[in-house]
Design a protein around this ligand. Sequence first.
Ligand SMILES: [Zn+2]
Length: 420
Amino acid sequence: MLPPSFSWEMVSRRLALGQAMILVGWGMAFAAENTGPVLAVGSRLEAAADHSRLVFELSGPVKASAHPSTNPARIVVDLPEVAFRIDPKEGRAPANSRLIKSFRYGQFAPGRSRVVIDLAAPARIIKAESESAGEGATLAIELAPATQAQFDAAAAESAAALARSEPASTETAPLFGAPSDKLVVAIDPGHGGVDMGASGKHGEQEKAIVFEFARALAAKIEAGGRLKAVLTRNEDIFLPLSERVRIAHANNAALFLSIHADTLAEGHVAGATVYTVSAKASDAEAAKIAEKENLADQAAGLDRKEDAEQVGDILFELTQRETRAFSAQFSQMLISHWKEAGSLNKNPARSAGFVVLKSYDLPSVLLELGYLSSEKDLARLTSPEWRERAAGKTAEAIEAFFAARSREARAPIKPPLRPQ
Ligand SMILES: [Zn+2]
């Protein structure tokens, strides 16, 4: 089990620290010879009876450190920034290893990359080393079978060591741009970096599709001149779910819109769906989607933390009720504007327990642009024309939401509470 001192705040602080360090890193990189990050150009999995070896071919050696982690069982390998030029499918198809189920890789924080190996059976780390080889280098992660008890003990020890190494810090969340008196819309492109999200059958990646959409939407919002758009991530980087919400709060956002494009086993399910948060899912599909999206942190090798619900506080509950009413109002506006974009799901208003929508004081909505598992949606989602039109409709819905709110109340940020 994790020590009590482990928390998301700690992870957030580490990320903020990482962001501060990359600025220093950039300065140094420009001062020294700028050769760019190490490239990873290939990977192979070698399975023998008594061990499994995952080998990456690199353009140069890197410093690697590996540790086991539980729930689910995996090996996390931390690296300096590595640009992975490897087809993600390589990690998806498990080879004939008894120990390794699958693996993924990507950027984890500014200047830091990560390989996450999902285990098929308990394993111990024999080595995680990088060495020069010919023109380039290799990174070899070698695992051997272990008992469940050995694995659990090693994971607990590494979690404790991680907690001890956390520096006390007072970093704040990144603020993008100068403070302004415009209302701020936080746009959250789902997934990123080591967490690739869903993928289409030709290798289309959710993290890239939603990022392009988020950028197009931010441009439309800014072009309107009345609102300010803030993206939770400006690049292909991993962000924990809590960090996405924290960035929105730190930027004083008045609306949070998370953008996704998932897959469902039911390939016929198509069209955009707008989700709000609820304790009980509106339907089985919504529950499935929320469950998948809530696993994003685990995809990157972070451990899950239970929600700390502030129940019983009357002010909290009133604010939460007001926030949820606004979320529902925005959801309806988004749906009515998207009708004109012509690609709505048959049942477009749904709800489930999305972690990223749980702010009690920030109206939050998650827009699934469509499903990568649907041929029709895939064609739309990868079309620049469709993206422009759909981003335009979304921006119109956001403008309409704030216009309605300022009509309803003189104070646009906190209108008086009105029971539903
Ligand atoms: Zn997603």
